[in-house]
Design a protein around this ligand. Structure first.
Ligand SMILES: Nc1ncnc2c1ncn2[C@@H]1O[C@H](COP(=O)(O)OP(=O)(O)OP(=O)(O)O)[C@@H](O)[C@H]1O
Ligand SMILES: [Mg+2]
Length: 330
């Protein structure tokens, strides 16, 4: 197999007719090395799901071409399908079925003859073996997610796609899922392409990341490579006396100063140069707390796109999650 599990060459995806066309992917180029966890990070409507849809053959490509697991997604879609697994953002389990019946259904859909041994192995791996005859409606959210991943792995794919695997999950379940994704990738040797709009998730989970916005890939790299692109330090400062933004902005090397609650967040070219200048401006006994942060992926995202990633409010997620649940059940 080629060293890259996924190769995308100048892929454009346009929805709709020419007058009202939406360009969901705009000449996307990507190469995703085998055996990595690769994250597609972008806000709502960026084109993340669309990219998964074209790579899995659910949507056709308008122009450009792509390969998955060594096969052309357009011309060799059957070979591609045999080698990929897909964990959708929406719920795909049948609630009235047991875990075992869901696996059976998946085997039928995939036309797998010899699946029972693999199914047992997956249930054991995900610690679901003793609950395999329980209806999925009695499962917790984390157990459902595990079962969904087990279904995606049943036919031994070499690449799995996970569209927003942790959307709508509480923090603890999200962390558990991070461990599962890392574990699955190591245990089964699969390449994982996941999408997320959680910056800390991309940072924690992914070997490499592509930042996508308005259908365009605007940066790719390891989380640390991406962070190294931002030439700035973030100084957090809390003072006893009132500070004005202009006072801070007047200090050479300050790129931005904004108040957040009781503290100031000051973005500077170099904290080493900035701190002596700051102490020449304000009285040191007025400093209650000061700390220096290296740029986060959030800073990178802001820098590259000119806007925040948005959509991190839990309400939005929960609402969307339940909407998806209802849709899936109807
Ligand atoms: N079937 C469709 N018909 C028309 N436009 C579509 C269709 N599917 C997606 N789009 C549009 O394509 C763009 C990209 O959508 P996509 O679902 O790929 O984004 P996304 O990054 O997955 O967003 P989210 O984070 O909300 O899931 C959006 O403008 C969307 O409205
Ligand atoms: Mg999506």
């Amino acid at each position: 197999m080629s060293p890259d599990s996924i190769i995308v060459r100048s892929v454009t995806k346009r929805y709709g007719s020419n007058d009202h066309a939406v360009v969901a992917l705009d000449r996307v180029d990507l190469s995703i090395p085998s055996g990595t966890v690769f994250g597609l990070l972008g806000p709502n409507g960026a084109g993340k799901t669309t990219l998964i849809k074209v790579l899995t053959g659910i949507s056709d490509i308008t122009s450009g071409d792509a390969e998955v697991a060594g096969f052309d997604v357009r011309r060799q879609s059957l070979q591609v399908r045999a080698r990929i697994g897909w964990v959708a953002a929406e719920v795909i389990l049948d609630d009235d079925f047991t875990a075992w019946e869901n696996l059976w259904l998946q085997a039928k859909l995939q036309d797998l003859a010899d699946w029972k041994g693999r199914a047992e192995q997956l249930l054991t791996y995900f610690s679901l073996a003793d609950r395999k005859d329980d209806k999925v409606s009695h499962y917790s959210t984390g157990m459902r997610k595990k079962l969904e991943i087990a279904l995606a792995l049943l036919h031994q794919p070499s690449v799995i796609f996970m569209d927003e695997p942790t959307i709508g999950l509480d923090v603890a379940t999200r962390r558990m899922l991070w461990d599962i994704v890392t574990g699955v990738h190591k245990e089964f040797g699969v390449t994982v392409l996941l999408t997320t709009h959680y910056i800390e998730e991309a940072d924690a989970l992914c070997d490499r990341i592509a930042i996508i916005d308005h259908g365009k890939i605007i940066a790719t790299g390891t989380p640390s490579e991406l962070k190294a692109r931002v030439r700035a330090d973030i100084v957090r400062l809390e003072t006893g006396e009132e500070l004005r933004a202009e006072q801070l902005a007047a200090i050479p090397g300050v790129q931005e100063a904004r108040a957040q609650g009781v503290e100031w967040i000051v973005r500077v070219g170099s904290a080493n140069d900035f701190l002596p200048r700051l102490f020449a401006t304000i009285r040191t006994d007025q400093v209650r707390r000061i700390s220096v942060d290296k740029p986060s992926l959030e800073t990178v995202f802001l820098d590259l796109t000119g806007h925040g990633i948005g959509g991190d409010e839990p309400m939005r997620d929960i609402r969307r999650f339940y909407m998806q649940m209802r849709r899936a059940r109807s």
